[in-house]
Design a protein around this ligand. Structure first.
Ligand code: SF4
Length: 371
């Protein structure tokens, strides 16, 4: 399988000055105020860093030479860097199939995280991470097996989008059209940084400038944070990994579900529907003998109809050494049929990237980031 490595992990990065990209907008304002600058200069600095992707203060031509020097004396600019790219081999047996690419990115402190480009005829979707590792330990997930390492900063979240957009142009000749936060980590456990990253990525005057509606936030179903998103005014889409409408099965797959019973989750979904006027997507990964039964289809139907919900069935990318296996396709057909007959809106996402370990956490795990 084609793999390209871009950076040498044994080469230390210049760490003598603090990295200005670790600062959020408020902290950037604080820096500029401390230098006696007016508020609009802080906005300009943010724009240089995140719209123009400046790699040095010398590039910031709207600043005086003195200000550029003051900044360069105190700060360095060290964005995330591309470490490794793996592109799935083309599948001749699948006409129209466009290979998925997976990226390992190196953060300033050496932490490795992963992001995925999922191309289709109409879209170029970037699947981004929100945390390095994850504390929630879902039993089907490679990232969950790594444990939690740390939250990503807003800058590290946006850097994934910038780097993947550049790579999308290089590999596929077109840029990112959609973003999903379904990579490493639970985005709702890093909500402040996620909000700030989305604000930067959707900033109208900036070069990247994607619409909030083209961004999907995916969660295992953290009830208080779903309420926070609903009240935030954010117009991005919300996807909830349901995977089972039986409390005991859900808890077995996602231990954190014990804190948020299905009734509480359903109430949160209805409140979200009411506040935003938008549906929620219930993500369901069919697992043989676990959640592909007629009883589960019936329970899912009942749960989905309590709110405004769509169903997204996904293939499971089999993870080595884990006990689950993807649902069989005849079982899947029966399952889909039952949902459709019940009047639910169902989409089916075929497995992409299984041959490049594209289930979240698998590339980072293999690269030894789980020490
Ligand atoms: S599925 Fe998501 S929330 Fe669960 S362990 Fe993996 S990264 Fe964390």
């Amino acid at each position: 399988m084609p793999e390209q490595t871009f950076s040498d992990p044994s080469t230390p990065r210049d760490g003598t000055l603090p990295n200005i990209r670790e600062l959020n907008r408020q902290q950037i304002s604080g820096v500029m105020t401390s230098l006696g600058q007016q508020a609009y200069r802080a906005r300009q600095l943010h724009q240089w860093l995140y719209s123009h992707q400046a790699r040095s203060f010398d590039e910031m031509s709207s600043f005086s030479k003195r200000l550029r020097q003051q900044l360069a004396d105190a700060w360095a600019i060290r964005p995330a860097e591309l470490d490794t790219v793996e592109t799935e081999p083309a599948r001749r047996s699948m006409p129209g199939h466009i290979p998925t690419s997976k990226f390992l990115l190196r953060m300033d402190d050496g932490e490795l995280i992963e992001s995925v480009l999922i191309p289709s005829e109409e879209r170029m979707t970037a699947c981004l991470s929100s945390q390095a590792g994850c504390a929630l330990r879902c039993t089907f997930c490679a990232t969950g097996q790594m444990g939690f390492r740390r939250d990503l900063t807003a800058s590290e979240i946006t850097d994934q989008a910038f780097l993947l957009d550049r790579e999308a142009w290089r590999l596929y000749g077109r840029g990112i059209t959609n973003i999903v936060f379904m990579g490493m980590g639970e985005p709702l456990l890093n909500l402040d940084n996620l909000f700030e990253a989305i604000a930067t990525l959707t900033e109208k005057e900036y070069n990247f400038n994607i619409s909030e509606r083209k961004i999907t936030i995916s969660t295992v179903g953290l009830v208080p944070e779903i309420g926070r998103i609903a009240r935030s005014g954010l117009r991005s889409k919300l996807a909830i990994s349901l995977h089972s409408a039986s409390q005991t099965i859900r808890e077995r797959m996602m231990p954190v579900a014990a804190d948020y019973p299905l009734d509480a989750l359903s109430t949160a979904i209805s409140a979200y529907n009411g506040e935003t006027g938008q549906p929620v997507t219930l993500v369901w990964m069919l697992l043989e003998g676990i959640n592909d039964t007629p009883e589960e289809a019936r329970k899912l139907t009942r749960f989905a109809k309590r709110g405004l919900c769509k169903i997204n069935l996904i293939d499971y990318n089999a993870i080595v050494n884990l006990k689950f296996r993807p649902g069989y396709s005849d079982t899947k057909t029966m399952f889909i049929q039952r949902l459709l007959e019940a009047g639910l809106l169902v989409t089916v996402r075929k497995s992409q990237g299984a041959t490049i370990n594209a289930a979240c956490g698998q590339l980072a795990t293999r690269s030894g980031n789980d020490d």
